[in-house]
Design a protein around this ligand. Sequence first.
Ligand code: NAP
Length: 336
Amino acid sequence: MSIKIGIIGIGAIGADHAKRITNSLTGASIVALNDVNLAQAHAVADTLQLNAKVYTDAHELINADDVDAILVTSWGPTHEEFVLSAIAANKYVFCEKPLATTAQGCKNIVDAELKAGKKLVQVGFMRPYDSGYQLLKQAITNGDIGEPLMVHCAHRNPEVPESYLTPMAIHDTLIHELDVLRWLLDDDYKSAQVVFPRKSRYAHSQLADPQIVLLETTKGVRIDVEVFVNCQYGYDIQCSVVGEEGIANLPEPQSLLIRKDAKLATTVLTDWKQRFIDAYDVELQDFIDGVKAQKLIGPTAWDGFAASIAADACVKAQESGQIESIEMPERPAFYQ
Ligand code: NAP
């Protein structure tokens, strides 16, 4: 059986996911598209030669009889509405991050899913699907480096547009660390602080860049994440877990090492899409397989909620300059 998918929002990542479902993944086809920019939806349908209906109304797409599952890849502020609508229609839904733009919005989705009594939502946190992070997780779980004590991370982008403002360093960028580190350490956050080093001259007036986010987990692990979104040289993700008996580092993406002109050189990626290209494939295949098996196992609505609570505390910490506590509600048994 092929899963019939409808996609809402055919921008950068929506078009990318449409391409991978059509050309790389198995077990699903795209039967419906919706975007506020209808021309864009038609263009993607034509380019990928999809036999898909273009809907002017996203809710009509969600409720269409021939749509089994939905991908929400529209603008973040629309996610909550479309995910709630999918749950109401009892349909599986893969939602790109953020699950909702507020913790309350995420909570609304958690509550709706609990009421439905069935896990219908997978959040587009792809890092747990990255082979490098999986090696790190294995090392921690096997006890190879002893109990984790500290984690040092960096999330660097070459540059960002003028529309990228200081809080976006948390909601758009750090959110991936907030999710993957919870998963990696099997822990929740207790507090957050943000400190601002000297500002880069490449950062525009409305953006503090770089920033250092300091987190503490409930087990007492201390985490520092450098978020530097105008670093100029590349898209660079670093993660080093310091344990009682050793240190495990996230592997660098595979790249040729060249000796030439008296130099030993390798390239650094510049495009985020390239860095996690395999992880996007695996996460979406996992969603398709989960829909088929009627059992989703990827990042849950609760993971989206937890990341959102931590993100809100980080933004508060940006503004206050203080250490802000992070209060995580008890996780319902449904999400254990
Ligand atoms: P994008 O290129 O702006 O695409 C969003 C698309 O959704 C646009 O075509 C937009 O149309 C459309 N849209 C906006 N409001 C809509 C609505 N009410 N109904 C239907 N379509 C609507 O953005 P993107 O980079 O693809 O990002 C989309 C989402 O994916 C964001 O939440 C982003 O955070 C997330 N994302 C996740 C990752 C990841 O690593 N997991 C990477 C990239 C993006 P207009 O352009 O006409 O407004």
